[in-house]
Every structure is written in C-alpha cells, then in structure tokens.
Design a protein around this ligand. Sequence first.
Ligand code: PLP
Length: 392
Amino acid sequence: ELQLSDRVQRIKPSPTLAVTSRAAELRAQGKDIIGLGAGEPDFDTPDHIKDAAIQAIKAGKTRYTAVDGTPGLKQAIIAKFKRENGLEYSANQILVSSGGKQSFFNMALAMLNDGDEAIIPAPYWVSYPDMVLVAGGEPVILETTVESRFKVSPEQLEAAITPKTRLFVINSPSNPSGVAYTEEELKALGEVLRRHPQVLIATDDMYEHILWTGKPFVNILNANPDLYDRTIVLNGVSKAYSMTGWRIGYAAGPAKLIGAMKKVQSQSTSNPASVSQEAAQAALEGSQECVAHMVEAFKARHDWLVAALNALPGVTCLAGDGTFYAFPDFSGAIKANGLKNDLELADKLLEAGVALVPGSAFGAEGCLRLSFAVSLDTLKAAVSRIEAALTK
Ligand code: PLP
C-alpha cells in the first residue's frame, strides 16, 4: 500500500478553499448558489498595477530573480514600512514570497522544532494551525467569545505560555472576526511577552489597509517598539490591492530568521514570479487611492450586513473594525432550528443556496464566516435566503 508521511497526515485541506470548490461543483450542476465563502476582494486589480506587469513582460523581466525578491521591490517594501508603519528595516531583513501564506510557512519551518508550542488565538486564519503542524510544532489555541470581542486578554496569554512556547501569532484586523486590537490592548499583550524572551511574535498585518476605526493602523510592534528583535511582520499585496492571484507576500524581521526563511524558500520555490514582483512594486509605489475606494465599498456593505444579521432571531454579530468578513454567532439560531452545530447549519444554508464557512474551521463553534466581498445586491439576496431557511 502506498505510504504517506506522518507530516501530511497531521493536516487537512484548507476548509475555505473547500467551501469555494463545493459551491462551484453545485453551480456546475445547475444550482443557484451565492458564494460568501471566498477570502478575496471582488474588485479587479487596478489598471496601473496591471500595466506595470504588461510592461515587465515586454521588457523581458521574465527570468529568475534573486530568491528573496528583486532589489526594486525590496526597496519599495522598506519604504512602505518606513512611510506607513514607522518601522526601519534593511534589505537583509526582508523576504518576498509567493503570497502571505508562503511567508508564514517559511517562518514555521525556519523556527519551530518538534514539540515547540505556537500560541494561536481563535478564531484564527484557518492555515496557521496546520502550517505549525507541518513544521512539527504544537498549536495551542486560545478561545475567545463575542463578549471579549474575539480578542485574547493578557491573563489568557500569560496562562498559556510554557517553557516550550516559541511563537505567538496575532492577526489584527482579523480574518475571520474583522476586529482589530487597540494600541492599549497591544501594549498589555506586549507587557506579558516582554517577560518571556523565548517567544517570537508574528504579527500578520494582511488586512492593515481594510480598516475603518478612524485611527491609524497599529501593530504589536508599534505598541511595543522594544520587541523589535523578536517580532516578525507579515504582510502582502493580495487583499489591499485586490491581487490574490498574483501571489506576492512579504516578511520583515530579524536578519537571522529572515535568512533562514530565505534558505527554506531557496530549496522549495525560489523567487516569487518575476512579473508579479514588478506589479507588486507598482502597487506599493503608486497612488493609494484605489485602496481607499475599495475600503469605502467594504464599509458600506459591512454596515448593512451587520445590521441585517443582528435582525435575525438567535444571531449576534459584532461590528467589525475592518476586513471583508462578518463572523456572526448563530448559536441561538442553531438551537432554535434543532441543528447540532455550525457545520450542520452551513450544510443547511448551502442547500438553501448560500455558501459560507462554518466557524469551527476557524476554531469558533456556533459561528459562521460570511465574506462581504460581493455586491450589496448579492448580500441582500443571501440574507433573504438565510432568513427563509432559518424560519422554515
Ligand atoms: N493572512 C491572513 C490573515 C489571510 O486571511 C490570508 C489570506 O486569506 C493570508 C495571510 C495569505 O494571503 P495570500 O497568501 O493570498 O497572500
């Protein structure tokens, strides 16, 4: 019998990608399915970014580049961190990868040993625990609730840290909850982490720009500048510039760690696509107006959707601070409809013509994740279907 590795058997396929493909299957059978499962903006990549890629192809920028990214893109990333985040990096502290997903994957492989613990607050981006498992680490999940606005407290973090803890992951604003930590909350978490120097901090800032708190974006490093030597910042162009298919993410952090991640990448994928790097450089260096337009649309949909969800019986939905996800708690509705859990509810709603991801996939039972990266009309139709399915 063909034998598979223990490593691959520890993990599962991405549940969000699974929902998207299940919806596509049903559509192919002629069913009318509204997809609220996908984790990508519904906008096209802005023209000036596409044009940069077209120019790059014509200019023959179609060959291997440096493994860690072209000098031009790395300079654009360094300038971005300085301009937008007040963070200083030199070139050997930056690694460009094929998407934010690969950045995290490289990091996990570069710094976790077998049995090392990685603290991940739930609800989490579905890939963190599995990538930690592939690297041989042990995910330690911290539960949160609607009452805590899906955020972890300093006490929770302190209680979870053991001598084996090597990594703390924070994603703000969060996929899937949409909430962002305040500067004060980040300071309080930093206070705990300061006492445990063996823990590396990974801040995933992928949704940095899709934010409507009215305050400037802050990450845990901005709130605790003295943690610079043990913090890695993960970011990318996928969500901010509607560039999910281009596959460009980047990481900034201690040179030793970035160098180790580069080595992993040099023995797996080598450089990210050359043409995509030219496009990403144009995204970072060009006008940021395109981002503001998208955020405005997301905010309008968010406001409508959160109100509509809260009007459903047995549903509580927090107002998010950003991203393009709502993460309502459906516990009351699940009970009232005689269902066992969020997985059964997601199945029922799929039958009713709406594809969305059960909260369990993100470590939060009883919730659902709805992506509002669709038009307002589509959202309205989706909520009508959900309402009809629930009161039936
Ligand atoms: N981080 C978070 C929180 C995400 O939601 C995603 C995408 O869903 C990523 C990282 C990775 O993005 P990509 O690999 O598409 O650049």
